[in-house]
Design a protein around this ligand. Structure first.
Ligand code: EPU
Length: 453
């Protein structure tokens, strides 16, 4: 089915940047107005994973052949990366099929032109372009990447790994210049910690490097295994993806592939929290409990019930009240840092106290002040937040500070009495495909607008 009616996404400020992405149109209104207290009941289909889709799109740079990605999430980060790839010379054909948004990418005529500041600084995942462009074109230049303000999030592991693969990498006035005129050579790399992005970047570089590369202490998030599955379908030889040791026999030219993006485990966990806190019941097609890792038993202990059905997972609160739990985020299969904020929103209404320790990003508590405005009882000592459940939250004006903080505030707003007004919606749009629209279809009183009601 051809792509016909553009849908509305994102704030108007993105319009000039994203003019070339056909499904992206500025949404009306920069505020979300939520009247909380209604149970969510209905079906909320889980999208393809943002954090799988982004590296998969970059993988298409490694081949002159066509790569088709199905089940693409239509969010702002995907649109920004699409605009970036187009500027590098990729052709992209988008279509809406019954199973969702698909894109076919042709990087036949890709050119390693300097990557523009305006798009790179919006999204940290753009750093993945370095590994892929170096491997395909022998050079890449880009500004140091941006992204959420959730911590230092250096790129030192990425750059050290690319140097180990034989690249010359220089930093000059906020720009990264990398070259490998004689090609990259496979080698042994030990990551200081299991970084998702560094693992992906080095895999992208290593599949076209001569010889074998081993990445030890690699991240083993499901999105990495998904990228490896796509690269393997393109003809790469990769073993161990999804474990802490990945071996890549590089150097073979890659062909095209058709690949279905993995379902989004973070969106799934987030909607499960939303169902439970509103005393509702959501059918979550494509949700996968097996991808939740440590979050599955912990959410169950908090009282979030997840039951398999033929049509998907049914999420609701169990028979008892929500209960406080202790959570420490960690690399997969540990509790995902991306679920920390939504889970904290859930626990603001649980009986008893919860201790939530964030170990991945040092500034990922940006939702706490906003949750407090809504009446949450949260105190912070170092990297641990202690949440004491309250009887009720009250609607308030709040600002979304990062992608997952935005989801947490939506959850809190849905559960609060009265009106919540959320600003900073670019963050919500970055990570979620029309969340407000889908929640409204499940009975939420949530609209996007410019003024208060
Ligand atoms: N780190 C460094 N140096 C590096 C790389 C990482 O110090 O060169 C540090 C980071 O500062 C951080 C830790 O290592 O403290 C882990 O960072 P990682 O590289 O694993 O994270 P990332 O690749 O930047 C991805 C996701 C994040 C998710 C994290 C952890 C994408 C596009 N982003 O980020 O997703 O939180 O892994 O699972 O895949 C989100 O979706 O909201 C989001 C932030």
């Amino acid at each position: 089915m051809a792509l016909s009616t553009p849908r509305a996404y994102g704030g108007a400020m993105n319009a000039p940047l994203l003019a070339a992405v056909p499904w992206w149109r500025p949404a009306t209104g920069h505020r979300l107005l939520i009247h909380g207290g209604r149970p969510l009941v209905g079906t909320y289909p889980i999208s393809g994973a943002k954090n799988a889709a982004l590296p998969l799109m970059v993988s298409a740079l490694l081949t002159p052949h066509l790569v088709t990605l199905r089940n693409m999430p239509a969010n702002l980060d995907v649109a920004v990366l699409a605009a970036l790839l187009q500027r590098l010379g990729c052709e992209m054909h988008w279509s809406h099929t019954p199973s969702g948004l698909s894109v076919t990418i042709s990087a036949d005529r890709v050119k390693p032109r300097e990557i523009a500041q305006d798009l790179v600084t919006r999204m940290r995942a753009s750093v993945l372009l370095l590994g892929a462009l170096l491997a395909r074109c022998g050079e890449a230049s880009m500004p140091l990447p941006g992204g959420d303000a959730i911590g230092l999030r250096g790129v030192d592991y990425h750059l050290a790994g690319l140097r180990a693969l034989g690249a010359t990498v220089e930093l000059d006035d906020g720009m990264i210049h990398a070259t490998a005129p004689a090609g990259l050579r496979g080698t042994d790399i030990v990551l200081p910690r299991p970084s998702v992005g560094a693992t992906e970047n080095l895999m992208l570089a290593a599949v076209l490097a001569s010889g074998t590369t081993t990445i030890r202490n690699a991240a083993c998030e499901p999105e990495i295994a998904d990228m490896a599955a796509c690269l393997s379908a393109m003809g790469a030889s990769i073993s161990g993806a999804g474990t802490h040791e990945i071996a890549i026999a590089g150097g073979k030219p890659l062909g095209g592939a058709v690949h279905d993006v993995l379902p989004d485990r973070i969106e799934f966990g987030t909607l499960a929290c939303a169902a439970a806190i509103t005393d509702g019941e959501l059918l979550l097609p494509h949700g996968r409990i097996d991808l939740l890792g440590a979050a599955a038993p912990l959410l169950a202990a908090a009282g979030v019930m997840l039951e398999e059905s033929d049509a998907g997972i049914v999420a609701r609160r169990g028979r008892d009240d929500l209960q406080g739990i202790d959570v420490t985020t960690g690399p997969y299969p540990g509790f995902a840092t991306d679920l920390q904020a939504p889970t904290m929103a859930l626990l603001t209404r649980a009986s008893g106290a919860s201790a939530i320790t964030e170990t991945i990003f040092e500034q990922r508590f940006r939702h706490i002040d906003e949750l407090r405005r809504m009446g949450a009882n949260i105190s912070v000592v170092g990297r641990t937040a202690v949440v004491r459940g309250v009887e009720r939250l009250s609607g308030a004006a709040a600002t979304c500070g990062d992608v997952r903080a935005a989801a947490a505030l939506v959850i809190a707003g849905l559960s609060a009495s009265g009106r919540t007004i959320l600003d900073g919606l670019d963050h919500l749009d970055r990570g979620y495909d029309r969340m407000a629209e889908k929640l409204a279809a499940c009975g939420a009183d949530i609209v996007r607008g410019s003024e208060t009601r």
